[in-house]
Design a protein around this ligand. Structure first.
Ligand code: GCW
Length: 707
């Protein structure tokens, strides 16, 4: 058949079009949506075959062999994962068996029986966790030949705290808007919620507080509870319970009462009824997270009652349903002129023993506020009769928001393994929060989520590692951050050593790098006011002294730093004597915490032999230098990493290098007005004068609190 010239042209256009479409699809960039759950085919054939021979079949062994949505999810994940990675579709069966009690409600055991992998658990969620564990092993190319592992979480409630507002914004959120589509709920549950749940379950996160701690009482109305219940249904399949923040004044705002006094019988009855109502919508509702009498939020002290009165009132309402109250210790009084680092302790330590058994006091890792480095909060070890929950911040409010690489596992690890010496040697923060130090069964660890509706979930593609790391440490707080970095990198970018080694190196250096170029040697809270992005060591005139920077760095012509020893605020006296001695004496206090605990002259001789001023300056420079090294490292990975992600990180590293210089120059120029010393050799001169930095305003920083 001969074609007319026109149809010939059409034919060729179609052929070329198809070819181009195919080529483009093959080249189509990865946008990071799949997170670390990428199940791309293992290209190394011998590795693939070795793994595939071990997973010809999968057996789930659990007491109740009836099918459930959770078991179906496990099957679905394994089917997609094993087919993707290995090209196999194993036979799967569920058999009735009763694994040992040590596995608890969520643990699992992974073994092999010839070519069959056996996942045993006492509940279906353990099977799902086991399925994800198996996939992780395959993704990271671990041999399954002699596999026999048992894994049980050390902490009972492993939660993300979403600071999401009803209007779709996220407080201190840098990855787009809220994931919760309140407008179209309950009719439409976004498919993305299932992927969120898969990601959480893959690292063992089992709860989500959906709403901002600066709470909106409307979330407790039937209209919103119906929407929340729809989310809860999707999350439940993946073992995730829903929690809400409770606004203390809700009885007045949505209940029509005249007071929210926690000892008022009508108020108490209102909360009891409210709890009953919530559980009628969400039978496995986890409980409330409460920010009270903190930064303007209402609370029991408005009625001259204590935090224990407030927490217990809510706890009593939730107790019949098995719910808990997580009452935040992030409290610092409006009037107290005392060191803010002491105030949480002053408010809460005297209340030890007064809380109901279903109350957890949730404490931020450090006594100020999620700084790049803080010593551990003095409440850890000071309330043995009360379960203390950990609150980390995964979103990087003070570590460059989502524009800068700061892998947080080293920060989490540093905190969790710090010995408080509360009951003698070995009372680490990890053991306090997992309950083992003081014999508590209720235990909580929370991370303020860095997720949003950006296509890649976390804004910075490499910030996905922080969601991952939080979950892994929440499951087992003794894991090493290097191991977590290695796992995440392999799962996300593949197992090529030429990619894994440089990326893990960057990850592991990154938190210290941010410390170096922003708040080195124990400096803290010297960021820009309000949005908290970038430097602001000059911030002085605010309604409260402890919101300013000068309050914290205390720079004068004589020296710099906050004296928290006996000659200063004596905050160290709140801690165990061994702890206080270690940080309180210059001979032992690590350089990393020096200016947190000590005020020192500019010429103070450091361990390095240099004067303090020179040391500060060189730390700032070192931070800048590290980012420049990463830029080179990252450039060398071009072609080995998906082009879209590669390009995205390249531009973010460019921002980070600029921000690191900005921090260095602004802080050194400002502190130089006190030290009156020249920059030491090796430190680049600043680009602009101090006024430039003082007047600089970033165009728009997201995440300011919303409604
Ligand atoms: O880190 C600070 C933030 C506030 C936040 C507060 C808190 C949600 O700047 O935005 O409020 O802590 O933890 O309550």
């Amino acid at each position: 058949m001969t074609r007319s010239p026109a149809s010939n042209l059409r034919h060729w256009m179609l052929v070329v079009g198809c070819w181009m479409f195919g080529a483009l699809a093959a080249l189509r960039a990865d946008d990071g949506y799949r997170l670390w759950l990428r199940y791309d085919r293992i290209s190394d054939e011998s590795a693939r075959t070795a793994l595939a021979t071990r997973v010809q079949a999968i057996r789930f062994a659990c007491p109740n062999a009836n099918d459930s949505a959770t078991l179906a999810a496990a099957r679905q994940e394994l089917t997609a994962g094993l087919h993707g990675l290995l090209g196999v579709v194993p036979r799967m069966q569920t058999v009735a068996a009763t694994p040992t009690a040590e596995l608890g409600d969520e643990g699992f055991r992974l073994q092999h029986d010839g070519a069959t992998i056996v996942i045993s658990a006492r509940r279906d969620i353990g099977i799902l966790y086991g399925a994800f564990d198996l996939l992780r092993r395959i993704q990271t190319r671990q041999s399954l030949d002699a596999i026999d592992v048992t894994s049980v979480p050390k902490i009972q409630r492993r939660l993300l705290n979403h600071w999401d507002n009803l209007n779709g914004t996220v407080a201190r959120g840098y990855a787009g808007g809220s994931l919760w589509n309140w407008f179209t709920l309950p009719d439409h549950v976004d498919a993305r919620i299932t992927d969120y749940a898969r990601a959480c379950a893959s690292v063992g996160i089992n709860g989500a507080v959906l709403t901002n701690v600066n709470a909106n009482a409307r979330f407790l109305t039937p209209q919103m509870l119906e929407k929340t219940a729809a989310l809860a249904t999707t999350l439940r399949t993946y073992g995730i319970r829903v929690y809400l923040t409770a606004r203390f004044s809700a009885p007045v705002e949505i209940g029509g009462l005249k007071t929210a006094d926690p000892l008022d019988p009508e108020v108490r009855a209102w909360w009891v009824k409210k709890a009953d109502e919530i559980y009628s919508y969400i039978p496995d509702f986890g409980g409330f997270l409460v920010k009270a009498n903190s930064e303007g939020q209402p609370g029991p002290q408005d009625y001259k009652r204590t935090h224990a009165d407030g927490a217990n009132m809510m706890a009593d309402a939730l107790a019949p349903h098995g719910g808990i109250v997580m009452w935040r210790a992030f409290v610092y009084s409006h009037e107290a002129p005392d060191d803010r680092a002491k105030q949480g302790h002053q408010e809460f330590a005297p209340l030890d023993g007064q809380f109901r058994p279903n109350v957890v006091v949730q404490v931020k890792n450090g006594p100020i506020d999620f700084m790049p480095r803080e010593p551990v909060h003095p409440l850890f070890g000071a309330m043995p009769q009360t379960p203390l929950g950990m609150e980390f911040q995964i979103s990087q409010e003070y570590l460059g928001c989502s524009t800068q690489l700061a892998f947080l596992a080293p920060l989490f690890e540093e905190v969790l393994e710090t010995d408080t010496h509360a009951n003698g040697i070995g009372t680490t923060v990890g053991r306090i929060i997992d309950g083992s130090a003081d014999g508590h069964t209720l235990s909580v660890i929370a991370g303020v989520a860095n997720t949003g509706n950006d296509r890649n979930w976390t804004g910075h593609p490499l910030a996905q590692s922080n969601w991952y790391a939080f979950g892994r440490l929440a499951w087992d707080h003794t894991l090493a951050s290097a191991a977590i970095a290695d796992e995440w990198t392999r799962m996300t970018f593949g197992n090529d050593a030429k990619v894994v080694a440089p990326i893990t190196r960057m990850l592991l250096e990154s938190r210290e790098t941010v410390v170096n170029y922003s708040m080195p040697l124990g400096l803290h809270h010297i960021m820009a006011e309000g949005h908290h992005y970038g430097p602001g060591p000059w911030v002085a005139d605010l309604p409260r002294a402890d919101w300013t920077s000068v309050y914290y760095h205390r720079a004068t012509e004589q020296g710099i730093g906050f004296d928290r020893t006996a000659t200063g605020s004596n905050a160290l006296a709140l801690q165990a004597p061994e702890f206080a001695k270690f940080y309180g004496e210059l001979a032992t206090c690590p350089d990393e915490f020096l200016l947190w605990f000590h005020h020192l002259p500019w010429d103070h001789k450091m361990r390095s032999g240099r004067a303090l001023w020179d040391e500060i300056a060189l730390h700032y420079q070192k931070g800048v230098d590290s980012v420049r090294t990463w830029q080179k490292t990252w450039a060398s990975l071009e072609g080995s990493i998906d082009p879209q992600i590669h390009a995205h990180v390249t531009s973010l590293l460019c921002i980070q290098e600029r921000e690191a210089r900005h921090w260095r120059d602004a802080c050194l120029l400002y502190f130089q007005t006190f030290s009156k010393r020249p920059l030491p050799a090796g430190v680049e001169p600043p680009e602009h004068d101090l006024n430039y930095y003082k007047n600089y305003q970033p165009a728009y920083v997201p995440g300011r609190d919303g409604a």
